[in-house]
Ligand binder design. Structure first.
Ligand SMILES: [Zn+2]
Length: 341
């Protein structure tokens, strides 16, 4: 159970991992509120698509920086000190900027809540992190940066959507500890691996094996599948989840959120396909095939996913990923060849 309680207790776990500072935009000199992380605390394990979680929460979503005036975007406070290419500066300061800010609901006192888990780490930037990564990806393309960097911006945007745009969050945070414990009653979460994130996905799938779901079970399972980006599982189970919760209006919100994440998964997939043509030294080809499988799986393309996983397992996988994949029976069942015909 310990891994699950971190959903509630994580704000204390993250205290002291960073702070908010004021900096200046290197392009237009506008003042910027930025988050400085001292440590990223990966005790929460990792999602199947390798997103690292800090005790169930996610410092990575607080790091990217976007200037609200000229729309310059960068990874984090440490990349803020790097020189900005002249071509990019000129484009940002031009009357007609080539960069498009996607539509979003600003994070302001009267707008959507900031995650309680990142309290004290969220800078005063009003754009969600996925918007910042979206602009960063556009600017990396504009300056002709490598597919490896563009892949990271796109994948981080997908992760940031997953964490930010979760319509079940408000329902989960309304639950008491007792209701939460009751919803997980009978769910065996004893695991040999040390990966709370993987355990949470497991728990969601086990909850959904119940014939009749209680409202609280539906909230917990739906929240966990959405926050871990298990999109195809969520879509399949959604009719039962929304019926048990009894809030039909959630359906369009969840669909919108899934569609938004898939935009960035599609972009990350395109970058990975580009990388496979000429793998960079930072990553083994087996990892790229594995990620390709993950993107296809989340885009609901099971045949393509199976093909990519099979290539990943052809002996090129690094040991850490092989070991880690052993703890994912659902994933491996996708990969395993079917019974002989
Ligand atoms: Zn600026």
């Amino acid at each position: 159970m310990i891994g699950f309680f971190t959903l509630f207790l994580v704000s204390s776990g993250l205290a002291g991992t960073g702070e908010i500072r004021d900096r200046k935009c290197p392009v237009c000199e506008e003042s910027l509120s930025v988050t400085v992380l001292f440590s990223s605390n990966n005790a929460g394990g990792a999602d199947p698509d390798l997103m690292r979680r800090a005790g169930g929460a996610f410092p990575l979503i607080v790091e990217p920086i976007l200037c609200s005036k000229c729309h310059f975007a960068t990874w984090s406070v440490s990349s803020l000190d790097e020189p900005v290419p002249e071509k990019l500066k000129t484009a940002l300061l031009a009357q007609e900027s080539p960069f498009v800010v996607p539509e979003f609901v600003p994070i302001v006192p009267s707008g959507p809540l900031r995650g309680p888990y990142t309290e004290g780490l969220d800078s005063k930037q009003t754009s969600p992190a996925w918007v910042r990564y979206d602009l960063l990806a556009q600017q990396l393309s504009f300056t002709g940066e490598s597919a490896w960097l563009r892949y990271q911006a796109a994948h981080n945007a997908a992760w940031a959507v997953r964490l930010r745009e979760n319509p079940l969050q408000e329902f989960l945070f309304d639950m008491t500890r007792e209701q939460f414990t009751e919803a997980l009653k009978g769910i065996d979460s004893k695991k040999e691996r040390d990966n709370p994130a993987a355990d949470q996905i497991d728990a969601a799938r086990k909850i959904l094996k119940n014939d009749a779901l209680t409202k609280d079970q539906a909230v917990v399972a739906g929240f966990l599948l959405r926050t871990h980006g298990e999109l195809t599982d969520l879509e399949e189970a959604w009719p039962r989840i929304v019926k048990a919760i009894g809030e039909e209006h959630l359906t369009s919100k969840v669909q919108k959120s899934i569609a938004l994440e898939r935009v960035y998964l599609g972009k990350a997939l395109a970058c990975v396909e580009e990388l496979l043509l000429d793998p960079p030294e930072q990553v083994q080809p087996g990892v790229l095939h594995y990620l390709k499988g993950e993107f296809h799986r989340r885009l609901n393309q099971p045949a393509e996913a199976r093909e990519a996983y099979a290539k990943a397992l052809e002996g090129e996988l690094p040991d850490w990923l092989k070991d880690w994949a052993k703890g994912q029976p659902e994933l491996l069942s996708v990969v395993k060849p079917g019974p002989p015909e």
